[in-house]
Ligand binder design. Structure first.
Ligand code: BES
Ligand code: MN
Ligand code: MN
Length: 483
């Protein structure tokens, strides 16, 4: 990757983006105010409201051929059998056959958030801290900031009276945080229709590794999410009356969940590690030049609890090895105090982050086989069920293609530094589908920093990252157009 390149005359664009800063912050604040939490069935109307907000914004900016694609009812497991999936919002800006066409994907749903979780301010009211120049709110970095970023780029071109250098196609979904249900089918269906002529897919839905150096990302882990249901008595019971004389669902569940992973992060399900692609010498060398440290990990985690003490091991375990996390137990007593209850039905949730060459279906088989064996060992009269809730593939690409080159130039224009090339430990289920169905390259071009706290309390986006992020997205389109 060369550091020297011919600069494009796009300073007026950067200047206009600076001038529009108040409007851009206002746009993000309106988006954050809609609690579009996809995993909460009660909040589904808000997810739909968010899709309408986007349609309205796209319309005002002059997007054409705006389509709202309904995806039907959400498949089980769901509480409401008639629950409708939120729609996919499609739009295009320009359709000049002489220009390249870039599809940008983002998600308008967010993770749940409650003030009581420990937020300093209301999660769904954007808080602009003017001394620190930071924007707080659920979705600020994941992924409403970047989605607004693409709209902001168009607004800046409109204000300047400039054409976009490419035809832009947008694809915004409302179920990413819940496994992108229905999107695979839509992408396959539209590959030769709405997405015909797309040359490249860009996704801004990830983060810098640390807090100071921009990155471009060429890999993601996949994610298979499972639940174990254990059902015993017909209702929650008094442990003084029934304790010791009936089989307790929690006891069975905890026993089985404890056989999945150990405290050092080693996955205990037989056969999983054997599917992981061996580390080559070339790959091992790639980690040396990446800017990262155990201190940065500790700072982002807010603790000194790292399982690995050197940069390379940390990065390998985040990017190229699988991990298994235990997420929670639905139905368990979880309040404060000391309730003497025997929960009647508990549902244990866990997921596995997948990497090359783990086959998703094979992994499911290994997981089901292991859990069923462990359940059988318990010899318990309770009822059990293990199910997959959703799965999504890992993705690894070539960071030397022309979209990465173009993004590197835009990044240098804006930040004055050559970006690191990174992979991520998180997942964006649709990435591989775009690559396969459209037969084009995908680029991950992040806006936020590694300490933004996606999914956590006090999620934030630095104003600097928001505004310079818009410049990077816009600059990228110009460099890619010329590539
Ligand atoms: N923006 C993240 C993906 C991500 C996470 C990228 C961490 C880089 C680092 C995305 O919104 C997300 O959270 N995805 C889910 C997908 C899952 C539900 C299949 C995830 O990774 O947990
Ligand atoms: Mn995201
Ligand atoms: Mn997320």
């Amino acid at each position: 990757m060369s550091e020297k390149y011919d600069k494009l005359p796009i300073d007026p664009l950067f200047k206009t983006i600076d001038e529009l800063k108040p409007q851009f912050i206002e746009r993000l604040s309106k988006a954050i105010a809609i609690p579009s939490v996809s995993s909460d069935e009660q909040l589904r109307p808000k997810v739909v409201e968010m899709s309408k907000f986007l349609v309205n914004e796209l319309t005002q900016l002059g997007f054409q051929d705006i389509q709202v694609k309904e995806l039907g009812t959400q498949p089980p497991p769901v509480q409401d059998a008639n629950l409708q999936l939120p729609p996919i919002v499609l739009g295009r800006f320009g359709s000049d056959p002489k220009k390249k066409t870039v599809l940008v994907y983002g998600h308008y749903d967010v993770q749940p958030a409650l003030k009581e979780d420990g937020w300093g301010t209301e999660p769904f009211t954007m808080h602009y801290d003017k001394t620190k120049e930071i924007l707080y709110g659920r979705g600020s970095t994941d992924d409403k900031g970047p989605v607004m970023g693409w709209l902001n780029v168009v607004e800046a071109h409109n204000k300047l009276g400039w054409e976009l250098p490419v035809n832009l196609v947008v694809c915004f979904e409302g179920m990413e945080e819940s496994g992108s249900l229905g999107l695979d089918e839509l992408v396959a269906k539209e590959a030769k229709q709405y997405f015909k002529n797309v040359d490249q897919v860009t996704i801004s839905d990830n983060y810098w590794l640390g807090t100071t150096k921009p990155v471009l990302t060429y890999g993601l882990r996949g994610c298979n999410y499972y639940q174990i249901i254990v059902k015993g008595p017909g209702a929650d019971l008094h442990s003084g009356i029934f304790g010791g004389i009936i089989a307790e669902p929690m006891t069975d569940l905890i026993k089985v969940m404890s056989t999945l992973v150990d405290g050092k992060g080693k996955i205990l399900i037989p056969g999983v590690d054997e599917m992981v692609a061996p580390l080559t010498e070339k790959e091992d060398g790639l980690y040396d030049s990446i800017d990262f440290s155990v201190e940065e990990l500790n700072a982002a985690a807010g603790s000194n609890t790292a399982l690995h003490q050197n940069k390379k091991d940390i990065l390998k375990h985040r990017w190229r090895y699988p991990s298994l996390s235990l997420h929670g137990i639905e139905g368990a007593f979880s309040g404060a105090g000391a309730k003497t209850v025997i929960p009647s039905k508990v549902v244990g949730k866990f997921s596995i982050r997948t990497v090359p060459d783990i086959e998703s279906k094979k992994l499911d088989e290994l997981v089901f086989k292991h859990i069923n064996q462990e359940l059988a060992k318990l010899n318990s009269p309770n009822e059990f069920k293990v199910e997959l809730i959703h799965d999504g593939n890992y993705w690894v690409s070539d960071p030397f293609n022309e979209s990465f080159q173009a993004a590197a130039k835009a990044t240098q224009d804006v930040w004055g530094i050559v970006p690191d090339f990174t992979r991520e430990g998180g997942s964006i289920p649709i990435t591989l589908t775009f690559e396969k169905e459209l037969g084009v390259d995908v680029l991950l071009l992040p806006m936020g920093r590694g300490d933004d706290g996606a999914h956590s309390i006090n999620e934030k986006l630095d104003v600097n990252n928001y505004i310079n992020g818009c410049k990077t997205l816009g600059g990228y389109l110009h460099y890619y157009a010329k590539a």
